[in-house]
Design a protein around this ligand. Sequence first.
Ligand code: ATP
Length: 249
Amino acid sequence: MSEEDIVDPTHPRYESLMIRKKVAEAGAKGMLADSAMIAHGRGEAFDYLLGEQTIPSAMDATKEAAARLVKAKRPVLSLNGNAIALAGQDFLTIASQLGCPIEINIFYRTPERMGALIGHLKMLNAKLGLDVEILGGIPDARIPGLEGPRGACQSEGIFEADTILVPLEDGDRCEALIAMGKEVLVIDLNPLSRSARTGTVGIVDEVTRVTKNLIQLIPKKPAPTKWKNDKALQSALDHIVETMSDKFN
Ligand code: ATP
């Protein structure tokens, strides 16, 4: 083990460093593209500004997402490499609570990465004693408007789904899923990202905190509301600005 691998538990940002370590380890196992750490770093920057906590508007959005997932006829969890590396186990628990599949959909698709991600989820499925269906290995349908491997999906998964949970999604794909008439529930620490703004519900919070909250909320079967996404995103931005302006007063 190198010095770089050891995270000091007394470090004030221990949690954040441990989360970063998970991305580094998944990268070493061939589960992630080279750009994964950059996407993670963008998230970390926003989490720093949010105070590395679940703010009230994010908890409201998580509750709304739980309500819509419970109500959905065909929910699907669409996961990329970072989401699987950071919260694969919790996403399997959520899929099992909802009785829905997970579909792996990655930006830079190679057979090696797909194999590593499917293998990782299968290992966690067995460890948890679950039998969640893992889709994405053999795409047979396309998301209209998205060229190349990014548009590939599975008919019994994303293509036919009415409600999709998409953590850390890129804006194009989120827009294309909305254009297909689906409810898209986004997890993204950046309240300004196209995904957060285009999604039906944007949860501005760190993915590992969101999954823990969803696992608590789903069994309570909350009722959906008339969600105003712009208002929730504005509230996240206001939180950042207020925290900043308080700092030196
Ligand atoms: P968009 O295309 O939606 O405008 P983008 O180009 O920044 O956004 P990507 O780089 O594809 O999108 O996705 C990374 C997004 O995921 C970033 O917005 C980042 O804030 C967010 N993110 C990264 N790590 C996490 C995390 N651990 N939890 C939640 N969000 C995260």
